[in-house]
Ligand binder design. Structure first.
Ligand SMILES: C[S@@+](CC[C@H](N)C(=O)[O-])C[C@H]1O[C@@H](n2cnc3c(N)ncnc32)[C@H](O)[C@@H]1O
Length: 314
């Protein structure tokens, strides 16, 4: 097997970009373009080398493995132009996953757009905890509130093929994207509905309610930093204390749970006490907060009443 070669970019076809070297030597090989891309991204990205690899692979319509295998292979003018464009976007702060339109979650590749949160590895902890409450061999009904790209619903549906997942999102664009991801992965046991919290699921009861809702405080300075600047506020912020959506969600959750059903909520590391208190106020029992692998309180789990008769939908 020999490395495919690509025409070397000529001086005439090369555009002037901030990442072009000041030395007379033009980059021509994969390794050289990677070094220049990495250097251009280093001031603004904590993962400059990885970002450059992903963006070069995208520009060449190839895999990162190809870049490692053929570092001395030359890239074409069209490819280097495309790479320069992508590096410029990334240097401007645009998240790599919005540029590629893809994000891996729970070992599944999902489409993502700027209309939706980029699923976080942290949320895999929520999925992991949820699976402990969802038996393999029973048809469990699950509500995923604020589904975004469909990440949680998809992970649960794949892990528990007998379950039926009903996902909602208030954003039309998220509903469209989640449906697209579900169709592309050919997952039969998820329905996605547009609307506020449980509104599209009225009259239904669930064994498990799960949510990664917006929970960042409106004035959190991180909202104006890094990749988060590009994500939709609707997916991120939850009012002055970050708890607006969680409060509304917990108040109504009891009315949608089967007797003794389980609710799992992801939240910020400093909201565990507040979320447990909100669960108690909402009539949910045995609230317990679980830590992520960094030791921070990130997921609260509580249970519905054992007799459902006193709870009504609001
Ligand atoms: C933090 S994102 C989570 C997305 C996805 N579940 C994930 O974990 O990657 C929160 C999602 O909740 C949705 N959302 C915000 N307010 C909502 C509401 N009142 N009812 C339903 N969905 C809502 C947002 O559109 C966003 O998709």
């Amino acid at each position: 097997m020999s490395a495919p070669t690509h025409p070397q970019p000529s001086a005439a076809t090369q555009r002037s970009t901030p990442m072009q070297p000041s030395t007379p030597m033009q980059p021509s090989t994969i390794a050289q373009w990677l070094s220049h891309g990495t250097a251009a991204l280093t001031p603004g990205s904590g993962s400059a080398r990885l970002d450059a690899q992903i963006l070069l692979a995208l520009s060449m319509d190839t895999s990162r493995a190809f870049l490692f295998a053929w570092p001395d292979s030359k890239i074409s003018a069209a490819q280097s132009d495309a790479f320069a464009d992508l590096i410029e976007r990334r240097a401007g702060g645009e998240p790599v996953n919005y540029i590629t339109g893809r994000k891996e979650f729970w070992s599944v590749e999902l489409a993502v757009t700027p209309d939706t949160l980029i699923p976080r590895p942290d949320t895999e902890r929520l999925v992991e905890l949820a699976l402990e409450h969802i038996p393999q061999k029973r048809e469990v009904t699950i509500a995923d509130i604020g589904t975004g790209s469909g990440a949680i619903a998809i992970a649960l549906a794949l892990e528990r093929p007998l379950c039926r997942v009903f996902a909602t999102d208030v954003s039309d664009a998220c509903v469209t994207l989640a449906r697209h991801n579900i169709a592309r992965l050919d997952i039969p046991n998820i329905e996605v509905h547009q609307g506020d919290l449980f509104a599209p699921l009225d009259d239904m009861l669930f064994d498990v309610v799960i949510s990664n809702p917006p929970y960042i405080r409106d004035d959190d300075p991180h909202l104006n930093e890094g990749d988060v600047r590009f994500e939709p506020r609707l997916a991120l912020t939850g009012g002055a204390d970050g708890l607006d959506v969680i409060k509304r969600l917990l108040v109504t959750t009891g009315g949608y749970l089967h007797d003794g059903g389980t609710v799992l909520i992801e939240h910020s590391h400093d909201q565990g006490g507040s979320v447990r208190a909100l669960c108690a106020e909402a009539g949910l029992h045995n609230a317990n907060t679980f830590r992520d692998y960094g030791g921070r309180e990130r997921v609260t789990i509580a249970h519905g009443s054992v007799t459902h008769s006193s709870v009504t939908h609001s």
